[in-house]
Design a protein around this ligand. Structure first.
Ligand code: DX5
Ligand code: ZN
Length: 224
């Protein structure tokens, strides 16, 4: 079959965000969501400064590392990120995603992540233009386009990001860079984001709702 730009879902990645899990039973929830068909585990780190909420840091990620072999996709919503990158690498992050808005020296910070032996990604808030990553494409394997304003789970999908996903796909061209969307992703918005060119879906509340026996169905619904 001929692969076109807009059929990246042939290789769709689902990355459940444990922000919506039960923090009292995190290890069990990670095991359950892995068994339910998650491809990656998405870890939302918030500092109460770059975003108006605090979640968890590197020690929690280190504690979860022995629980699963799935890749850890660490989304840092912290400013500055640079002083903490080594901690997240040591905690077991496979990929470290930093916000373009949270560093003055994006290129240097991405080099630091690569030097730590991790994959690097850049996240952009809904209002940040894609040009923010146009000069660092050689340093990253993923762009995270926020489809909510970061800080909280359970918010509504910002549909004005859809044309931005298509523009990002065009900018990436033939490069091996994934487009991840994050925020308000459910079966309906997943379809829209995939049609626009996303190939990696973060989902918190739509995966972790209800009891763990339902999570495989929730993940399957995102795959469409
Ligand atoms: C928001 C986080 C998201 C969030 C997604 O700042 O980056 O990963 O957990 O949660 P839902 O899927 O509930 O919008
Ligand atoms: Zn996230």
């Amino acid at each position: 079959m001929k692969k076109t730009d807009h059929s990246p879902h042939l290789n769709l990645i689902i990355a459940p965000s444990i922000l919506a899990a039960d923090f009292g039973h995190l290890a069990d929830n990670v095991r359950a969501v892995a068994a339910a068909g998650a491809d990656w585990i998405h870890l939302d780190v918030m500092d109460g400064h770059f975003v108006p909420n605090i979640s968890f840091g590197a020690p929690i990620i280190a504690a979860l590392r022995p629980v699963t072999d799935l890749p850890f996709d660490c989304h840092l919503m912290i400013e500055p990120a640079e002083p903490f990158l080594a901690d997240f690498a040591k905690a077991g992050a496979d990929r470290i995603i930093i916000h373009a808005e949270a560093t003055k020296h994006l290129d240097r910070a991405l080099q630091m992540i690569n030097d730590l032996g991790c994959k690097a990604g850049v996240a952009l808030n809904p209002a940040t233009p894609i040009e923010a990553v146009s000069h660092v494409l050689d340093r990253i394997d993923l762009v995270l386009l926020m489809t909510v304003n970061p800080g909280f789970g359970g918010q509504s999908f910002v549909a004005s990001v859809l044309p931005k996903i298509s523009d990002m796909r065009a900018m990436i061209g033939a490069r091996d860079i994934r487009i991840e969307v994050d925020g308000g992703i459910n079966a309906e918005t997943a379809k829209q984001a995939i049609a626009a060119g996303a190939d990696t879906l973060v989902a918190g509340s739509s995966v972790f709702s209800g009891t763990p026996d339902l999570w495989a169905d929730h993940i399957a619904a995102l795959r469409g």
